[in-house]
Design a protein around this ligand. Structure first.
Ligand SMILES: Nc1nc2c(ncn2[C@@H]2O[C@H](COP(=O)(O)OP(=O)(O)O)[C@@H](O)[C@H]2O)c(=O)[nH]1
Ligand SMILES: [Mg+2]
Length: 359
C-alpha cells in the first residue's frame, strides 16, 4: 500500500516522513519542476502493540510487522495541484495524507500567506474535487466525439455515469459521497479519482499546542467532526529522532503523551482505509497482515500466498484475547478456543489464523 504525504510548501511533509520512517532522511530530494518530479519513498513499519504481545509469547520467532510505502510529495503552491504530472503521480497512490500547517514561525513562509489550517483543508479538498472534474470533463468530450463516429453501448453507459457525477463535482462534492454500485465502481476504477481516495489530514502543531496532539479538532473550529484528523509536532518530534527509542518514549511521557505519532497515524489510516489486522504464528515468525474489513478467509489466505488461496481448505481461528488468556496457541486450542471457519468467513480484527491448504 502506497501512502502519499502531500500539501503546501513548508507544511511539514518531510518532517512527518522522517517521523514515520523513524529516522532522518538521507540524500532526500523532493522536487517538482515542469514535467520532472522526484518523490522519495520509505518503508514505514506499522506499530502494533498486539503483535508485540504475541511476540513476547514466542520470543524465539521473528516479529514481522505490516509495512506501508510512504511517499514524500513535493510541496504545492496555492492552485498548483492541477498540474498533470503531479496529479498523475498522486493518482497512483492508495491513500492521501494532507499535511496541514498549524505552527506559527515567521521564519518559515506559507504559500497562501497566512496560517489557517481549516481553510487549507477546505482549499485542498476543493482542489482534489476540481482535478476530478477536469478529468470527467475531458473524458466526456472524448466520449461524445467517439459516439458521434460509432455506436458503442459501453461508451454510452460510461457517459451516463459521468454525466451523473459531473453536477456533484461541480457542486464541490467528492466522488466518495456518491453511492456507487459495484458495476459503477468498476467502471470508474481506471480514473483513480482523487476525491474517491481515503484522506487523512495531518496537522503539524505549534509547540505551544502540544497538549492538543490527541485532540487537534479543538484547535480547528468550524471543521466538520467527520473530517479525519491526526496531529503531530514536526519540530519536537524531529528532534526526538536523535534519541534512542526508549528515551523517546520517556520524553513523550514527560509531555503526557502515551502514544507515539506513528501509532496514532496508522490507527487513523487503518480506520479511514477500513483496514484490520490478522495474525499468523508460523514456524519461524509471528506476523501481522493487513486486509480490508470483511475480507473472506480465502482472500486473506491469498495475501500470504496465492497457493494458499488456490488450495484453501479451511481456516483455524482464535481471537487474540483467547490466545493471550491461555498463553499459547496449543493451550487455547486444547481449551476449545479454536474455531474452524470456511472460505467465506469474514476475517475479524485481531484474529489469529492458521490456514489449511493443499498444494
Ligand atoms: N516552528 C516549527 N517549525 C517547523 C515545524 N515543523 C516543520 N518546521 C519547519 O518548517 C520547515 C519545513 O518543514 P518540512 O518538514 O521540510 O516541510 P515540507 O516542505 O512540507 O516538506 C522546516 O524548516 C522545518 O524545520 C514545527 O512544528 N514548528
Ligand atoms: Mg519536503
Amino acid at each position: 500500500m502506497i501512502v502519499a504525504l502531500f500539501g503546501y510548501h513548508n507544511s511539514g511533509k518531510t518532517s512527518l516522513f522522517e517521523i514515520l520512517a523513524g529516522k532522518k532522511a538521507t540524500g532526500h530530494h523532493t522536487s517538482f519542476s515542469g514535467q520532472k518530479i522526484e518523490i522519495p519513498r520509505t518503508t514505514a513499519l506499522v506499530p502494533d502493540p498486539r503483535l508485540d504481545t504475541l511476540h513476547s509469547l514466542y520470543p524465539d520467532k521473528k516479529k514481522v510487522q505490516v509495512h506501508f510505502e510512504i511517499e514524500d510529495f513535493p510541496g504545492l503552491a496555492a492552485g498548483d495541484i492541477s498540474t498533470s504530472q503531479y496529479l498523475a503521480e498522486l493518482r497512483k497512490t492508495d491513500a492521501l495524507v494532507h499535511v496541514v500547517r498549524e505552527f506559527r514561525d515567521p521564519a518559515v513562509s506559507h504559500p497562501r500567506g497566512r496560517i489557517d489550517p481549516v481553510d487549507d483543508i477546505r482549499a485542498m479538498s476543493e482542489e482534489l474535487i476540481l482535478s476530478d472534474l477536469i478529468l470527467v470533463n475531458s473524458r466526456l468530450e472524448k466520449l461524445e466525439k467517439d459516439l458521434r463516429k460509432m455506436k458503442d453501448t459501453e461508451a454510452v453507459r460510461e457517459k451516463e455515469l459521468l454525466e451523473k457525477l459531473k453536477p456533484l463535482l461541480e457542486r464541490g462534492q467528492a466522488v466518495k459521497d456518491f453511492p456507487l454500485s459495484p458495476t459503477e465502481e468498476r467502471m470508474l476504477r481506471g480514473f483513480c479519482f482523487l476525491s474517491l481516495k481515503p484522506v487523512v489530514h495531518a496537522v503539524n502543531l505549534d509547540e505551544k499546542n502540544l497538549a492538543c496532539l490527541t485532540a487537534p479538532d479543538k484547535l480547528l473550529s468550524g471543521l466538520s467532526p467527520e473530517v479525519p484528523l491526526i496531529a503531530f509536532c514536526g519540530r519536537i518530534e524531529k528532534e526526538l529522532l536523535e534519541l534512542e527509542q526508549e528515551e523517546r518514549v520517556i520524553f513523550m511521557e514527560s509531555y503526557g503523551l502515551s502514544e507515539t505519532t506513528p501509532l496514532r497515524f496508522f490507527r487513523k489510516l487503518y480506520d479511514v482505509c477500513q483496514l484490520i489486522n490478522f495474525y499468523t504464528i508460523g514456524k519461524d515468525e509471528v506476523r501481522a497482515w493487513a486486509v480490508r474489513k470483511n475480507t473472506p478467509a480465502v482472500k486473506a489466505a491469498g495475501e500470504i500466498h496465492t497457493d494458499m488461496e488456490k488450495g484453501f481448505i479451511r481456516a483455524e481461528v482464535m481471537t487474540f484475547e483467547d490466545l493471550l488468556k491461555h498463553g499459547s496457541w496449543q493451550k487455547a486450542r486444547e481449551a476449545g478456543a479454536m474455531r474452524l471457519e470456511g472460505r467465506d468467513y469474514p476475517v475479524q480484527d485481531g484474529d489469529i489464523i492458521y490456514f489449511r491448504f493443499t498444494q
